[in-house]
Design a protein around this ligand. Sequence first.
Ligand code: PLP
Length: 465
Amino acid sequence: MTAADNAQLLADEARYCSFGDTVHYVNPPKIFSGCEGSYLFDEAGTPYLDLQMWYSAVNFGYANPRLNEALKRQIDTLPQIASQYLHPTKIELSKMIAQDAQAKWGRPGRVHFNVGGSQSIEDSLKIVRNATQGKSLMFAFEGGYHGRTLGASAITSSYRYRRRFGHFGDRAQFIPFPYHFRGPKGISKEEYGEQCIAQFARLFESEYNGVWDPKVGEAEYAAFDIEPLQGTGGYIVPPPNFFKDLKKVLEAHGILLVVDEIQMGFWRTGKLWSIEHFGVTPDILVFGKALTNGLNPLSGLWAREELINPTLFPPGSTHSTFNSNPLGTSLGLEVLRLGEDMQYEKTVPEKGAHFLAGLRDLQKRHREIGDVDGLGLALRAEICMADGFTPNKALLDRMVDIGLAGELEHKGRPIGLVLDVGGWYKNVITLAPSLDITPEEIDLAIGLIDQCLTKAKRDLGASAS
Ligand SMILES: Cc1ncc(COP(=O)(O)O)c(C=O)c1O
């Protein structure tokens, strides 16, 4: 593709494509034409090291040969079939997820598919309402993100996603999350977690706090939707006991726990599910994204038997044409087998520690990096003013543009860097590299972030500090 072709495509996009189905963070939007491993390639063949991997949908690297082969095999055997008929990989994948959940949490359950994370969140809302005789009120966290369909955006903290569309249902009650770096000063992460739980538990102290009827022992709220690590909220890792303490309050008041693993699932944090780090059992667990390594929009949920058995939740409770499509389920099955073979439980924490050490080193050289943290290969770096605290969105936006210009340098050759912006103040680099990233690529990543930050500071001059 020539530069002229590229320019024509951008002009046509501006004229014919809705902007509403994308986010258009960079201007002009970037066109890529190839991908492999940890890299995207532009029309000139310049490689871009991708540190976000399609918001963690491509955990196993672009064009992963084993997963691409599984897709091709399925295309040659049973590429399509209506979802009222059965096919082997739907059943095998469900069994594998349900047996794994039962082994981990001692609870039988079932798996339910849909297409797209938000759609599976919608399904979880239906299961919750159905099992609680129509209770529609939910708790969710400040900073939480669960998608942009109508139901999912009602439990997503940002009003921005609801503002222009009115209300189609009840908006969640949003509860403080222990975002320690920006929390009250002088207390530990653990203490801040305890404070947030105490604040939540207070709601149940008296009927006059608005959510609890002590006479019958019933809460007005059906469930609490959580992300174990906040994804879009900036890869915030809560203290280790936080969810155990939360679960105690929920159990005492008959409130279900819905765990959203759409972004942090499939070994992103070193475990199949990120909630496994926190020692609590979900009632419903929702997954998507890396289930198919981004090759098919399949998503799904696991729910415990009491909530999803066919008597309570019969055929037709939710249905969509492409649910449990065989290309998606064959990929999901291969992803789970690959995950076991690759021993990500061992390699991801090691690679994560290497990456985090590199970020900490970089932090020593740039006072604009206010906080770094991570769990496995879900890592964060907050870009701030020179005080190391005040959020500096402009500086990070400049870094993103510099990375996407593809004019950084590695061994005398041009190279680009794909960074994603997240966080409550849109000043956090949310890092989700390929789980197969090599140690050399991790060192390269640190070097390229260094180059981007150095150039961005120079470009913005005094305004950066
Ligand atoms: C935690 C979480 N939940 C839900 C969603 C929505 O998934 P989708 O974009 O596939 O609808 C996302 C997407 O980023 C997510 O990160």
